[in-house]
Design a protein around this ligand. Sequence first.
Ligand code: SAH
Ligand code: SF4
Length: 407
Amino acid sequence: MSGATLPVLAGRDGSAAADRRPGISGLTMPELAAWLESRGEPGYRTRQVADAIWRTGATTAGDAVTLPAGLREALTERFRWDTVGSTELVTTDGGTTEKALHRLSDGATIESVLMHYPAAPGRRERHTLCISSQAGCAVGCPFCATGELGFERDLETAEIVDQVRHAARRLSGESRRLTNVVFMGMGEPLLNLDRVLEAIEALNDRERLGLGARHITVSTSGVVPGIRRLTALGPQFTLAVSLHAARDPLRDVLVPLNRRWPVAEVVAAAREHARTTGRRVSYEVTMIGGVNDTEVDATAMAELLRGDLVHVNLIPMNPVAHTPWTASPMPVIEKFAERLRQAGLPVTIRRNRGQEIGAACGQLAADRAGAPAAPVVARRRRLLETASAAALRGERSHDGVPAGVGE
Ligand code: SAH
Ligand code: SF4
């Protein structure tokens, strides 16, 4: 699943061949230096080119006016300077949420969402970008629009960091700076592990973007070996775990990856991350009415996390996917939160940003992909109803719910 997929030759519309030049922002500093050296360029060019990529936000080598014309030409021939260039922007929430739909060179579409948070007492203003790590996702959580799309391909390192360069450029035009990056867009970051680790190193590297590790959050549905590799990297990257349920029978339905890495193993790996980095782990719980919001589930979650260095975020389900489910009512969410607080756990109830433009996980791209046939949706709904009812009774089913309605 995590294997690299080469871009296909023809664009999806069949018109243009995909651009096979590597994205320049995917190069490490030594790789960039080696390429320049192989051309006989003086050592100081590496800094100049890196500044053009990371500081001035150049979208073509032609923008790098400090470089000689011959080098600019060679840089254009050899590399793509912007791998997410074809972008459609949609703004909502009174201008505080900007969703970008990026069309990649092979025709795949991905999303990034920029959220502006005003300054509050004791807190400076924040500009947080939510980015994608894959086109589609193989995990197939049934409440998620990306899961419904199914897996398309892994993103290249440059395609991941170029979402960030795109947003940073837009912000700098308004004299603002990007403060946080979260891997909560399309895809399961830890199933595209090598590229995601390269991307977070680029974002964190002082010689490139230079964003503090604490300001970079990787969200996972529970890929245990990936969590361990993130911990082993060293810097204090923030880990977010999409928990959704503390009991295996229910989590098997909500996060199909739970069959491979059960919840206790996921929490053990997250606990180790907190112990090694000293960073609080965020647990995300999408609240689905009558499915994972019961008292039994609140108690199970309180017992699972009690005493750990965590922060729990309860998020009402965004009704995007073709499921029989909707968000839990707010009083139910408040009661759930109270139960966790009684166990000493810090809890925040989050409002869903950008709901009207579908800021949750792949909705815009899913909408563009077209609606699945009605009988397929009906069958999937029935399967989910049966599976979640069995899970509520505590039964662990051995049949998976199909990942994508399009299959
Ligand atoms: N694949 C990773 C990161 C991307 S998903 C993961 O699952 O953690 C980012 C977050 O959006 C996850 O916590 C996911 O559970 C949540 N999400 C997906 N669909 C949602 C929906 N319809 N309503 C609310 N949250 C949703
Ligand atoms: Fe994939 Fe995350 Fe969506 Fe689950 S919630 S299908 S892991 S993107």
